[in-house]
Design a protein around this ligand. Structure first.
Ligand code: NAD
Length: 419
């Protein structure tokens, strides 16, 4: 078995974490049990470019139980949990190509190793693998039955590819499923971003002025949690609808040019580039802390910060680089502007990844059952799958809900009953 990981001897610790996470992933575990019987994925080659975490390990185990021949590579150079990668290789016999801290060349070498598996199904978190299949590895695109996309930024890239008429195969926007982004992006990113910032800095959130750039699903999750911990939260936005939502949810709303002067902790969650720029760094107070939880490390203009700094102190604390400006103010950048929740903490809690990865697993089954019925387009996850995942999750939480009566169903489907 070919693989490339940091250290196989870390496997014992990784296995414990995989099994611990599995305790909080009952929906995925139930699907795994069923997949082991139906073996719908038997002999199917699958390559998954995802964050190599304990939760991803449980998705990979599920697909393998279904019969898939699965290979994993990282979707971010800093998010690999090396102990989990080791256990996947040693205990679960799943090849992994991922090393935490790998450079760009190794990152792409690993994606290419996953493509060498000749996949018919791929998984992506940010569309880097699919992008490779549309550029340097075009010859391998013809085999793909479908590709699952896990995150907002990936879906945006793939829709752009489809709009330009260049998408070569079917893509499923798993991120856009209600059973995914409403929970994973909001509560998962919300909590784990707080977790990453606190692990990196040990900052007391109470009383701190926190600037949240982007009030999308991730931004609102983080803003809500920061507020709950006593932070004074300011939101910056470019979308008037989301800005009003932020204002009515109780947050101060202002442009970054104003927020830069008042904030102590800045967090970008926009999926956009150059949100915090040189002009903003200049206005910031001494020891302003800046982190990013959006997909790519392009939200903070770190190259500009480098240029305008007279000194850069690396690793003043684990995950913290300090940039000293000419005015002697210090700007502290966390995790080099990469996803703070995965770089400094463990990513989303397993309980929420249970829903995301159950959606992924059920969608994979759906696509295989309906093989041949799809075009090279970006498809949504069917509502039946979203509802199935949410129903199973409710059951696992011992929560019951009411059922529509036949009379109510009829009323909701009719137009004749009014005042
Ligand atoms: N850290 C994680 O683990 C994690 C998890 C899920 C998603 N993500 C990533 O987080 C990012 C946001 O995802 P989302 O689901 O919240 O997306 P979203 O589209 O719901 O929200 C993004 C928001 O940012 C706003 N925005 C865009 N440019 C801006 C700017 N210059 N200034 C201020 N606001 C701006 C948009 O108007 C929008 O409201 C994406 O890159 C996504 O891939 C990260």
């Amino acid at each position: 078995m070919r693989y490339d990981i940091a250290d196989l001897s870390l496997a014992a610790g990784g296995k414990k974490r995989i099994l611990w996470a599995d305790n909080d992933m009952p929906v995925l575990a139930a699907i795994r049990k069923r997949f082991a019987k139906t073996k719908l994925l038997k002999g199917k080659k699958v390559s998954a470019c995802l964050h190599i975490t304990a939760e991803t390990a449980n998705l990979a185990r599920t697909l393998k139980e279904g019969g898939a021949d699965i290979v994993l590579c990282a979707s971010n150079p800093l998010s690999t949990q090396d102990d989990v990668a080791a256990s996947l290789v040693k205990d679960f016999k799943i090849p992994v190509f991922a090393i935490c801290g790998e450079n760009r060349a190794t990152y792409y070498k690993h994606i290419n190793a996953a493509i060498d598996n000749k996949p018919v199904i791929t998984f992506d978190d940010g569309a880097d693998l699919v992008n490779e299949l549309h550029t340097r590895r075009k010859k391998d695109a013809h085999r793909i039955i479908a590709s699952m996309e896990e995150t907002t930024t990936g879906v945006i890239r793939l829709r752009a590819l489809a709009r330009a008429g260049n998408l070569k195969f079917t893509v499923i926007a798993v991120n856009d499923a209600a059973s995914k982004h409403l929970f994973d992006n909001r509560y998962g990113t919300g909590q784990s971003t707080v977790d990453g910032i606190i692990r990196a800095t040990d900052i007391l959130m109470a009383g701190v002025k926190v600037v949240v750039a982007g009030y999308g699903w991730c931004g609102r999750g983080f803003a809500m949690r920061a507020m709950g911990m006593g932070a004074i939260v300011v939101v910056t936005e470019v979308d008037p609808i989301r800005a009003i939502e932020a204002a009515m949810d109780g947050f101060e709303v202002m442009p970054m040019s104003k927020a830069a002067k008042v904030g102590r902790l800045f967090v970008t969650l926009t999926g956009n580039k150059n949100v915090i720029l040189a002009e903003h760094f200049k206005m910031m107070q001494d020891r302003a802390i800046i982190a990013n939880s959006g997909h790519f490390n392009v939200e903070i203009d770190i190259p500009a910060l480098k240029k305008m700094s007279k000194k850069i102190k690396r690793n003043v604390r684990n995950h913290v680089d300090e940039y000293v400006l000419k005015n002697n103010r210090r700007i502290q950048i966390l995790a080099d502007g990469r996803l703070i929740n995965l770089a400094a903490a463990e990513g989303h809690p397993a309980s929420v990844m249970d829903m995301s990865f159950a959606t992924q697993a059920l969608e994979t089954e759906y696509v295989l059952k309906k093989q041949g019925k799809f075009e090279p387009k970006v498809y949504e996850v069917p509502v039946e799958i979203e509802q199935k995942v949410c129903t199973l999750k409710l059951e696992s939480m011992s929560l019951a809900i009411d059922k529509l009566t036949p009379e109510q169903k009829e009323y909701l489907a009719a137009s004749d009953e009014g005042t």
